[in-house]
Design a binder for this molecule. Sequence first.
Ligand SMILES: C[S@@+](CC[C@H](N)C(=O)[O-])C[C@H]1O[C@@H](n2cnc3c(N)ncnc32)[C@H](O)[C@@H]1O
Length: 275
Amino acid sequence: MASIRKQKIKGKVYYSLIERVKVKSKWRYKTLESYGSKLPEANDIRIIKGFAEEEIKKLPDNSVDLIIIDPPYGIGYDTNFRKDKDKNLGKITLDNEKIFKTFPLVIQECFRVLKDNSALYCFCRWDTLNSFKDIIERYFNIKNNLVWVKNNWSMGDIKGSYAGQYENILFCVKGKHKLNNGRATDILKYDRVAGKSLLHSHQKPLRLLDFLIKKSSKSGDVVLDCYAGSGSTLVSAKKLHRKAIGIELEQRYIKVIEERLGKEPVHKITKNYKG
Ligand SMILES: C[S@@+](CC[C@H](N)C(=O)[O-])C[C@H]1O[C@@H](n2cnc3c(N)ncnc32)[C@H](O)[C@@H]1O
């Protein structure tokens, strides 16, 4: 978990973002970003209720530094997890036909609002990957098909199919985009959000989003998520001192996002850090 370090050098205050990492079985602090004497604004988060294909048109050209989208795929699908069902997390009401009608427009608009040399990440699954890819590559250069490997698997057809333990994330760029903090592998291992903490049946883990945001943006940048769901991208962006814009259709999820952002504390400041 990252936190903000506050240091006083020759009477002047300096801030940086640090993370505890394990090196040769010892915990150490690694500096991820240096902010100088002014901590970037972390509260500039906009939540827009409406259709992505309509709302994104209102954003200016070249105004966003990173886009992370998790479109609703699967025909009127419900969650397969027993615990999710018990919590009545609900059914996603959009069908595939609808999403594939509007998705080309959303992608075209994503290309317009994204700054040059910036990235777009799109979550998908093996059975929707080709359809999403065909649309995205009309505008973007698709660099990788990242594989998010989860700690457990979905139920599905228990006897007639293999248990799915991964999802795909298409890593796409507009122009030339350099990844921060060196090269990483295309296999990303992050635990799924545990059933008891789940607020949305397709909620993505903050640690995975933290990783993507840190790789492809810097503090103060604007991150856009057009299908915000429970707002995980926004929570992660806020935590990492980015600005963010989230578009979400359903009022019940807007409420969840507002509650999460309200509750989710901005980094606690680490005062007695000795590097
Ligand atoms: C797969 S979920 C996103 C989950 C999110 N990544 C999270 O961690 O909570 C997709 C979301 O898109 C919303 N949605 C569906 N169609 C939409 C549209 N046309 N415009 C905006 N949001 C939409 C759904 O209500 C759903 O919450």
